[in-house]
Design a protein around this ligand. Structure first.
Ligand SMILES: NC(=O)c1ccc[n+]([C@@H]2O[C@H](COP(=O)([O-])OP(=O)(O)OC[C@H]3O[C@@H](n4cnc5c(N)ncnc54)[C@H](OP(=O)(O)O)[C@@H]3O)[C@@H](O)[C@H]2O)c1
Length: 289
């Protein structure tokens, strides 16, 4: 290969890398932004609350544990949030979804961001026919997202706002021990992908950002996979910031860590080998069945 060709190749790789890692995020755009954040009492949601607070947003936090939400609220106020409110709600109960959106609209007087992040607890083990659990988890991890989005859409349409949907690499590539969780995450991709089309067709300027995350070091996730999945986790605070930036820049999808984007790109090339590689990360003997 000639020198010129090598130079062109390097320039192309450099340009592609710059494109992948570009950052058009303006922190000032979040000052005073009206945010409804679910799953805000722990893990990535709690970290998102602190980032939004630092950027000076107005936030409504929700999850089930009121005492924990109160503590998150206090820390958000110290970090510089313009205002913070919280409401305890259980996303396995359909009426709670409308209650949460109504509360947010009353307290904030509108909405710019609906950040859908909560998940119900699910076992990390071989499928053993727990259909009732799957039904319950679909309500918490999928249907409640649809209900929240549907209740918030008129306000988001008015503000030309954003829906941010927190998903997982497991919502693009199935893995073992996560049957119901995987199903709910795939459903989110389908529903919100279709909704994105429809909003564009009717000229509604509401963006939808799907967030594809790898393994993140939250307490609950670590508890489940420790000793079973041989993968290093990434920090929740960085994942939280990547999600917020994605929503603020109205990105269609974000990937954190960035390697998850590459895995999504090649996921259908050699599916049988892909599945063999995935299973090689699992320690079968440490599985709690
Ligand atoms: N951690 C990872 O490795 C990882 C990887 C990929 C994607 N993700 C995604 O990132 C998001 C956050 O995950 P995470 O690891 O931060 O989760 P987490 O630490 O388990 O936190 C879950 C949050 O959801 C709330 N929640 C649980 N059940 C609820 C219910 N029935 N109704 C309302 N709220 C409920 C919890 O608060 P209460 O208990 O107070 O209700 C908590 O605030 C999820 O969408 C997850 O799928 C995580």
């Amino acid at each position: 290969m000639g020198l010129l060709a090598k130079g062109l190749c390097l320039a192309a790789v450099g340009a592609f890398w710059a494109f992948l890692t570009r950052d058009s995020f303006d922190p000032g755009s979040l000052a005073g932004a009206k945010v409804l954040l679910t799953g805000a009492s722990a893990g990535i949601g709690e970290q998102m609350a602190y980032h939004y607070a630092t950027f000076g947003a107005q936030i409504v936090l929700t999850a089930r544990r009121e005492d924990v939400l109160e503590k998150v609220m206090e820390k958000c106020l110290k970090l510089g949030a313009r205002s913070v409110f919280y409401i305890a709600a259980d996303m396995s109960l359909p009426p709670d979804t409308e209650k949460v959106v109504k509360f947010a609209l009353e307290k904030l007087g509108g909405l710019d961001y609906l950040v859908l992040n909560h998940i119900g607890q699910s076992p990390f083990k071989l499928w053993a026919g727990e259909v009732n659990h799957t039904r319950w988890l679909m309500q918490v991890n999928f249907l409640s997202y649809v209900q929240l989005a549907s209740a918030a859409l008129p306000a988001l349409t008015k503000s030309k706002g954003s829906i941010v949907v927190v998903s997982s690499l497991i919502g693009k590539i199935p893995t073992p021990y996560t049957t119901s969780y995987t199903a709910a995450k795939f459903a989110l991709d389908g529903f919100f992908g279709s909704l994105r089309h429809e909003l564009a067709m009717v000229g509604t300027d509401v963006s939808i950002t799907l967030c594809i995350l790898g393994v993140i070091d939250t307490e609950y996730a670590m508890e489940k996979i420790r000793g079973v999945v041989m993968m290093s986790p990434y920090p929740a605070t960085e994942a939280a910031l990547a999600i917020i930036k994605g929503g603020a820049t109205r990105a269609r999808e974000i990937h954190y860590p960035w390697g998850t984007m590459f895995l999504c790109l090649i996921r259908d090339w050699f599916p049988d080998y892909r599945d063999l590689v995935i299973r090689s990360f699992y320690n079968y003997s440490n599985t709690a069945v």
